[in-house]
Design a protein around this ligand. Structure first.
Ligand code: AMP
Ligand code: ZN
Length: 120
């Protein structure tokens, strides 16, 4: 799997070729606000390297996936989600067409803030 897919919108966001509202970045992970939020707080965590979806995840990705999920609660609070248990957040990782995935670069949705939300 190549590190960068020239036709992928999230690869372009990671490369700075398409603007985004950055939430966090490090050498492996980039996080940015969803352009069409479903909740008062809604951002996406993506690996910098192009991985199409969760369906391609293997043992070599354990550290990456662990880091993304470990970052989620910290970034959720920083972005304005209320603390657990009254607050909290929802994590969604749509995978494949039947999983509702529209952008085929692995991403973890983190959503929170006061309910009700527009969707779901
Ligand atoms: P999914 O259905 O899980 O593939 O969701 C893709 C998500 O990417 C949607 O929630 C979109 O609103 C979001 N999205 C698409 N293009 C952009 C963009 N240029 N900047 C930020 N979020 C985007
Ligand atoms: Zn990509």
């Amino acid at each position: 799997m190549s590190a960068h897919d020239p036709n992928c919108i999230f690869c372009k966001i990671v490369a700075g070729q398409i603007p985004s509202k950055k939430v966090y970045e490090d050498e492996d992970i980039y996080a940015f606000h969803d352009i069409n939020p479903w909740a008062p707080v809604h951002f996406l965590l993506v690996p910098r390297r192009h991985i199409p979806s969760m369906a391609q995840i293997g043992a070599e990705h354990e550290r990456l996936m662990g880091r993304m999920l470990t970052l989620a609660p910290r970034l959720a609070l920083e972005q304005g989600c209320n603390p657990y248990p009254e607050g909290g957040f929802r994590i969604v990782c749509n995978t494949g067409l039947e999983g509702g995935q529209e952008v085929h670069h692995l991403h973890v949705h983190v959503m929170g803030g006061p309910r009700p939300w527009a969707r779901g």
